[in-house]
Ligand binder design. Structure first.
Ligand code: DX5
Ligand code: ZN
Length: 219
């Protein structure tokens, strides 16, 4: 499968979310990655449910919602209703991860789990078969524009093996510091979805940057 590209709107111009979302409609973006931060699970606050609703009104691609929040179980239905197609919760934020995953799936969304850089992939062995997506954080969550952690490549390969061993068809998503410098190696290691924020939106032409990334990966 060709890797999916998911630009992160965290790096978009929040003053112009309608046009930022609309200009991605005819781009190489497969999903729109939406970063929700609560100021507790991560030391930053981004945006919440009403803003996601607004993005959804103008989006052509499925919304890939990354919940960097504590106790996400209380908000799953609200995020689904706001337009989320995929809902990813953090392993580190869920005491009853299995229950939350079932909750997401019962609401008709793709269910994902994100792992912080220090969390080993082995913690997923008993839940891998239930997952639609595993998001490997390649930076510490909370901020865009950070440097890619090189250990991620090893982690992706290890996760790929774990998913195969457990009969899981979950997609492997990489989030943080993704650019042309590491995209090829990530896909080679087993990544299925690449999230890119600042690399896309801090460029002169985000649509062209996504096209270049796509071309680089299919070359
Ligand atoms: C970090 C977020 C990422 C972030 C990626 O907490 O989960 O999705 O927006 O941004 P870049 O690509 O700039 O690292
Ligand atoms: Zn994210």
């Amino acid at each position: 499968m060709a890797p999916l590209l998911a630009p992160s709107l965290l790096a978009a111009d929040f003053g112009n979310l309608q046009s930022e979302t609309q200009r991605l409609a005819s781009s190489a973006a497969d999903w729109l990655h939406c970063d929700i931060m609560d100021g507790r699970f991560v030391p930053n606050i981004s945006f919440g449910i009403p803003v996601l609703q607004a993005i959804h009104r103008h989006a052509q691609q499925p919304l890939d919602v990354h919940l960097m929040i504590e106790e996400p179980q209380h908000y799953i239905a609200a995020f689904r209703d706001a337009g989320a197609a995929n809902i990813t919760v953090h392993y580190e934020a869920c005491v009853h991860l299995h229950r939350v995953i079932q909750q997401i799936k019962a609401l008709g969304c793709r269910a994902g789990v994100a792992l912080n850089p220090h969390t080993p992939v082995s913690v997923l062995s008993d839940i891998a078969a239930d997952l639609d997506l595993v998001c490997v954080m390649s930076v510490n969550p909370g901020f865009g524009g950070q440097s890619f952690i090189p250990n991620t490549l090893r982690k992706v390969a290890e996760l790929k093996e774990l998913l195969v061993d457990n009969g899981s068809e979950a997609l492997i998503e990489i989030d943080g510091g993704v650019s042309l410098d590491n995209a090829g190696a990530l896909v080679e290691a087993g990544a299925d979805v690449l999230v890119a924020g600042s690399f896309v939106f801090n460029s002169a032409d985000p649509v062209l940057t996504l096209a270049n990334l796509r071309a680089h990966l299919t070359a």
